[in-house]
Design a protein. Structure first.
Length: 661
């Protein structure tokens, strides 16, 4: 019986997620009636478009006790990995086990020895048949050894010699290698989607290229926006994400601060996609041309930055699709096309598609062609706007089709919605997911939420991308907490997860809301060009660069590492550790969640479990400040001032390497 196989999602209907080089630890309950010895093997293989299906490999599973077994395999290429468990009763080892017990208790074993000889000869006969079909020196040599072992078990030898042969390691090894399984049982195959490193480990930076202008009266061009890229790379980011770069509609264009009235020069929202100049496959003329965009992407690549594009599947009322394919949209009884709305809110500058229209197949194909168009321009990462307002089957089909041709493509789900919908999108193929991190600010909230993300089955399919802010979300914690609050949220985002992001202006601690109680920014960049003083001496840029360097230096922040929360005696102090999969790298993070006041207290460290229980204590190094401290097993004192030292990121010595006094 093979039961309770993990990891799996929804009974195996949904693949788990891994990145290349991230191990898969497989566990299962495996048992049989009686007391026979079992053999349990994990089988796995890779399925890649470039190399075809790979042959099955196998590794023995080890017992953990109570019929629980485990083994590990590590995917080495992008694509899909399949894995299954094979188990059978090892009749020969069961015979050896019973023989040993009888012999040790003085029970006669002459008949048992003859049974063993017959089993060894059957294995030799199997090899003879195999040799006839596939000659092999190894098989031939193994067959001769098995026949010799069988002769050693025959009645012509002394009892002592026969028992010595039966219990010899050489016979056990040969039978283990060459005796075919009898009636093996195989579990249902499970699968893993294996993706490249940036699918699971990356720091994102969101920027509006039009704001990088030297002239506030006009939009920047791509060439002008390129000048910002070295600074973004210097801060240690991996991905630079651009909101829509397409032509913007004129009908119902929104003015500054989302006002319904506009004047000449108002640039509108980039999410109102489409005008007489083109739609989703065009570039806004103010930014430049497709060739200019390709040059922007190439320059970013030279700085080891990957460009991510926004995919927003809706239209401005001026989009060419409305003239060319009116059947793709919903119509009112009077014949007019319905704009987007979420009562009482109305979005008259946006028209949604009707994904269930009679011509849905042509619509779906066209939208997939939009993604493939930008793939052809060198884009492999997409942030998808509001995917939860489109059918789940559409995304499952589109993502699978795109990744079949381009396995390195990444899709980030921007779905701030109900948990079940967020999870369903992740199961349906989205590589990464936005989260509720922005609204989790107390110790209890953070501990509860990240315990769910890190320790339940959610971790197998939902990769959280922790954005500290977005153009839509300026949380009250940032509005009220000032510069220390921004530093705290940066550290939390960067260290609680392997994926995180910020929206430009975060480093300058922009925090003025549209109105009291609103999470919208005043003078939001969504509706106007916004120039900034990147040379502001109060900028958090040096701190961001330091935090990103720490992330890159420590395997403890990579996918597959273990997150654990630890006790403190002050609920304004959050303490957690990250430990690499192999245990070689451990980091302890302590954060003052109060951006206004100094907080102090004792934190509990699992020193004994980490092999750091030496009487003289051990040294920890603060990666943020460069200082070192001598700590002891058990509780240790911390004092964190939000203005000067809001957090520790403490590197611990390797397991068992505690310093001596």
């Amino acid at each position: 019986m093979i039961e309770n196989v993990t990891p799996q999602v929804d009974g195996g209907r949904v693949p788990i997620k891994r990145i290349v080089g991230q191990p898969v630890d497989v566990l299962a309950d495996v048992f049989a009636d009686g007391h026979d010895v079992l053999r349990v093997v994990l089988r796995y293989r890779l399925i890649t478009d470039a190399r075809g299906d790979q042959p099955w490999a196998a590794t023995a599973m080890r017992p953990l006790g109570n019929d629980r077994w485990t083994a590990r395999f590590t995917p080495t290429a992008t694509g899909y990995a399949e894995y299954a468990i094979v188990a059978w009763v090892d009749h020969f080892e069961s015979w050896r086990q019973a023989l040993r017990i009888k012999h040790e208790n003085g029970i006669g074993v002459r008949s048992d020895l003859l049974e063993g000889a017959a089993m060894v000869r059957r294995a030799a006969e199997h090899l003879r048949t195999a040799l006839a079909a596939h000659p092999s020196p190894d098989r031939a040599s193994a067959r001769e050894r098995l026949l010799t072992h069988a002769a050693g078990l025959d009645a012509g030898q002394t009892d002592s010699q026969r028992i010595g042969t039966a219990l010899s390691p050489a016979l056990s090894a040969d039978m283990s290698a060459w005796n075919p399984p009898l009636d093996p049982v195989t579990s249902a195959p499970l699968s893993a989607r294996v993706e490249r490193e940036r699918a699971g480990f990356a720091a994102w930076y969101e920027m509006f290229p039009r704001s990088e202008t030297p002239d506030p009266s006009r939009s920047a061009t791509f060439d002008e926006a390129t000048r910002r890229l070295p600074d973004i790379a210097a801060m240690g980011f991996d991905v630079v994400y651009l909101p829509p770069i397409h032509p913007i509609g004129h009908t119902a264009r929104r003015g500054p601060n989302n006002t319904p009235s506009t004047s000449a020069g108002d640039v509108g929202s980039p999410w109102a996609i489409g005008s007489e100049a083109g739609g989703h496959k065009a570039v806004h003329a103010d930014l430049g041309t497709i060739e200019d965009f390709r040059r922007f992407v190439a320059t970013a690549a030279e700085l080891d930055l990957e460009v991510a594009l926004d995919i927003a599947f809706h239209c401005s009322p001026d989009h060419p699709y409305l003239r060319e394919h009116p059947q793709w949209f919903r119509h009112r009884p009077d014949g007019t096309i319905k704009h987007a709305e979420n009562p009482p809110k109305k979005y008259e500058d946006i028209v949604p598609f009707d994904f269930e229209c009679d011509d849905w197949e042509a619509l779906w194909d066209e939208l997939k062609s939009v993604v493939l168009f930008w793939v052809d321009q060198g884009i492999r990462t997409f942030r998808v706007d509001n995917p939860h307002t489109k059918p789940f089957p559409f995304w499952e089909w589109l993502i699978a089709d795109v990744q079949r041709a381009h396995p390195d493509t990444i899709f980030l789900s921007e779905a701030f919605t109900r948990p079940a919908l967020m999870k369903r999108l992740a199961k349906g193929g989205f590589t990464q997911s936005y989260t509720y991190f922005t609204w989790r600010n107390t110790r209890a909230e953070l501990t509860e939420y990240f315990t769910e993300l890190a320790t339940t089955d959610v971790r197998e399919y939902l990769r959280p991308n922790l954005f500290a802010n977005t153009p839509d979300i300026l949380h009250a914690y940032l509005q009220d907490g000032g510069r220390p609050a921004f530093f705290v949220r940066l550290i939390l985002a960067a260290t609680l997860g392997s994926l995180y992001g910020i929206y430009s202006g975060f480093e300058l601690c922009e925090r003025t809301p549209l109105r009291p109680g609103s999470e919208e920014y005043l003078d939001s960049e969504k509706y106007q060009v916004r120039r900034r003083n990147w040379a502001d001496p109060e900028s958090l840029s040096p701190h961001i660069a330091r935090v990103n360097a720490i992330r890159r230096a420590h395997a403890a922040f990579r996918p597959g590492s273990r997150l654990r929360f630890h006790e403190t005696d002050n609920d304004r102090l959050l303490c957690f550790s990250r430990e690499s999969d192999d245990g070689s790298d451990r980091v302890l993070v302590v954060v003052n969640l109060d951006p206004e006041s100094m907080q102090q207290g004792l934190v509990q460290v699992p020193a004994d479990a980490w092999g750091l229980g030496a009487p003289g204590g051990y040294e920890v190094h603060d990666e943020l400040s460069g200082e070192s401290y001598r700590w002891t097993a058990g509780r240790n004192y911390v004092r964190l001032d939000p203005g000067t030292r809001p957090a520790h990121i403490l590197a611990f010595p390797p397991k068992g390497a505690a310093d001596r006094p």
